[in-house]
Write a protein that binds this ligand. Structure first.
Ligand code: TRP
Length: 335
């Protein structure tokens, strides 16, 4: 039996931070040789909210370079750009026509984002989960690594796949229902300014996040300013101390130590002692990634060849699924 297929993506929207790395890319890297991975830059998703055309291409390029710099290995992983494989857009249209409107109106993320945007909500924002469904189903993915916030979208993917198979492919299902890939240690990286909120690039405060390409000085400054509490002795999992839990979790993930080791090491520390430790650990953890990133971005032909291979491999699989879907729907095949 072949390896199971994993599929995931991140939107190219500017700065990439520790939440993207510890919550997603690093997990892809750690599990990568157990699976056949399809990892892409979700640039079609990036325009579901107002975007800056001048930035889109360079943000996409940066994210590809970061995927590679973080250690994705091309023998296990295919890296590509979503908009380079037109089957994503095409399957989205086809699936739109079998997706009940109220399934999309009920999505939590849509409701939250729509409220933030007021009058300017696009049809694309509503349709975002169908595009994500197409991403996943085109590759017949077995597993999709998802965080808490994307779980509902994966449920929807399964519902749409089941509905398609039921309506149009009863005898022989065309679309595979994916399962979530849940990691043992769910790393939820929270904001440095508020330990109850996710670290996010949409937070207006730069001080709320550490970006993967931050300089040592920026990292030091941000950790110095981050929110803490007046209690001495640091502990995990105290609901009264979300910042403390988050900073210890960051230290654990970046140092490679176990939670138990960190709990003992930090139990008597004050912030004055812990912050320099976290600063140094963060700088050291990011240094190899930053160095590799520099080397990769200096080599444009390399990135281009990665993306050309990625596109070809992705297209071969995606187009096959798309043809099966169109045949099931009854389309006249092109000659
Ligand atoms: N919606 C995901 C996010 O914002 C990104 C994404 C797009 C994705 N398509 C996907 C993730 C398919 C997993 C599978 O995090």
């Amino acid at each position: 039996m072949g390896k199971q297929r994993v599929l995931s993506g991140i939107q190219p929207t500017g700065d990439y931070h520790l939440g993207n790395y510890l919550g997603a890319i690093r997990n892809w890297v750690e599990g990568q040789n157990e699976y056949e991975n399809y990892l892409f830059v979700a640039d079609l998703h990036a325009i579901t909210v107002p975007h800056e055309p001048k930035q889109l291409a360079s943000d996409t390029y940066t994210l590809v370079a970061l995927y590679l710099a973080c250690g994705l290995d091309l023998t296990h992983s295919t890296i590509f750009v979503q908009s380079h494989v037109s089957a994503h857009s095409e399957l989205t249209w086809l699936l739109n026509c079998i997706t009940p409107l109220n399934w999309l109106q009920d999505m939590i993320q849509f409701k939250e984002k729509a409220v933030k945007q007021g009058e300017n909500v696009s049809v694309g924002l509503l349709d975002y989960p169908v595009l994500m469904t197409s991403d996943i189903l085109l590759y017949q993915a077995d597993k999709v690594p998802v965080g808490e916030d994307q779980k509902q979208h994966l449920e929807l993917t399964r519902d749409i796949a089941a509905r398609f198979n039921h309506l149009f492919a009863k005898d022989q299902p065309v679309l595979k229902l994916p399962d979530p890939l849940i990691r043992k240690e769910g790393a939820r990286v929270m904001s440095l300014a508020d330990g109850t909120r996710k670290m996010s690039k949409s937070d207006p405060s730069e001080l709320s996040r550490i970006n993967l390409l931050d300089t040592p000085e920026q990292i030091q400054y941000k950790i110095k300013r981050c929110k803490t509490d007046p209690i001495r002795g640091l502990t995990f999992d105290d609901p009264e101390r979300p910042e403390c839990n988050n900073l210890l979790t960051l230290y654990t993930l970046l140092s490679g130590k176990t939670k138990e080791e960190v709990a003992v090491e930090c139990q008597d520390m004050g912030w004055g002692q812990f912050k320099p430790l976290l600063t140094e650990t963060t700088i050291n953890a990011l240094k190899p990634i930053q160095e590799k990133y520099q080397a990769i971005t200096d080599d444009k032909t390399y990135i281009e060849s990665v993306l050309r291979d990625g596109r070809e491999k992705a297209q071969a699989i995606a187009n096959q699924t798309l043809s099966q879907v169109k045949a099931a729907l009854g389309y006249l095949a092109p000659v």
